[in-house]
Structures are given as C-alpha cells and as structure tokens.
Design a protein around this ligand. Structure first.
Ligand code: GTP
Ligand code: MG
Length: 153
C-alpha cells in the first residue's frame, strides 16, 4: 500500500489544528501508521527541504521549522493514492490559490505560514518517511474496515 509523509508545521500546531488535520485523513479512509512530535534539528529541516536550498526564503523556512516555538507533528499515512490525494487535501502551496474545502484553503492565508506539509511524489514520500521515521516507529496493522473503503477493482 502507498504511503506518504504529512507534517503539521509549527504554525499548525500552535493554531491547534493537529486534531482537525488527523480527523480529515482518518475520515477519508486513510490509515495512520506513524506519528511523532518533535522540534526538528536544523540538519533534518535542511535535508527535508534540500530541493529549495537556493530559494531566497530557504533560511527563513528552516528557522521557522526549527526554532522550537512549537514542535512539528510528523505522520505517515497509508492508503490508495494517498500521495496525490494527500496533496489535493492540503490544497495549493499559496493559500491565495488553495480551494476552499482544502486544509490550507480553510485554515491559512500566508504562503510562509501554510500549516502543513505533504510529500509531492513517490520518490519524495520514500525519502521523507526514511528521513523522519525509523522502521520500528511505523506500525504494522490492519484497518478492520478496509474492505468497506477499497474495492478489489
Ligand atoms: P510543502 O508541502 O511544505 O513541501 O509545500 P509545497 O510542496 O506545497 O511547496 P514547496 O515544496 O515548493 O515549498 C515548501 C514550503 O516552502 C512551502 O510550503 C512554504 O511554506 C514555503 N514557501 C514556498 N514558497 C515560498 C515563498 O515564496 N515564500 C515563503 N515565505 N515561503 C515559501
Ligand atoms: Mg514541497
């Protein structure tokens, strides 16, 4: 089954949106297999956002993720098409373009404080899950109602 890395950023934690975000993924039918709260190290944040290291906002982005004014809640969600669907549920990067009904479209207004991260491809999901979680921190369990969520074809 496909897995993605979703993180509530420090602003999302500070704004008390952790439960709301978990609720949306649970209610959709996805399975939570990893969950942790931490203040990431600078090295972790820099690796996580390595693709953006040349951007003018990179330093500020790393500082905001790591300054410890609030932790990050990292999660691994599993289920059918969860990488692409997760990105749809997040909404566009810039809240000015996020549709209403998406997490960003409903709860934030600024691109520099867009409350949530989601992996954007299979490759980045794999990279990010490995970066944020050890194998023994991922739960191997069956969602009992899975046949009511996924059809065989
Ligand atoms: P993530 O899920 O967090 O990776 O966002 P994304 O994939 O939708 O966008 P991208 O990977 O391009 O950018 C990562 C994060 O950098 C964004 O979510 C923003 O928090 C931040 N960011 C991107 N562009 C800007 C910008 O122009 N200004 C500022 N201040 N932050 C930006
Ligand atoms: Mg991204």
């Amino acid at each position: 089954q496909e897995r993605t890395f979703i993180a509530v950023k420090p602003d999302g934690v500070q704004r008390a949106l952790v439960g709301e975000i978990i609720k949306r993924f649970e209610a959709r039918g996805y399975k939570l297999v990893g969950l942790k709260m931490l203040v990431p190290s600078k090295a972790l944040a820099e690796k996580h956002y390595a693709d953006l290291r040349t951007k003018p906002f990179f330093k500020g982005l790393v500082e905001y993720m790591t300054n410890g004014k609030a932790p990050v809640v990292g999660m691994v969600w599993e289920g059918q098409d969860v990488i692409r669907q997760g990105r749809r549920m997040l909404g566009a990067t810039n809240p000015l373009e996020s549709d209403a009904g998406t997490i960003r479209g409903d709860f934030c207004i600024s691109i520099g404080r867009n409350i949530i991260h989601g992996s954007d491809s299979y490759e980045s999901a794999l990279k990010e899950i490995t970066l944020w979680f050890n194998e023994n921190e991922l739960a191997d369990w069956q969602l009992a109602n899975t046949e009511w969520i996924n059809s065989a074809n």
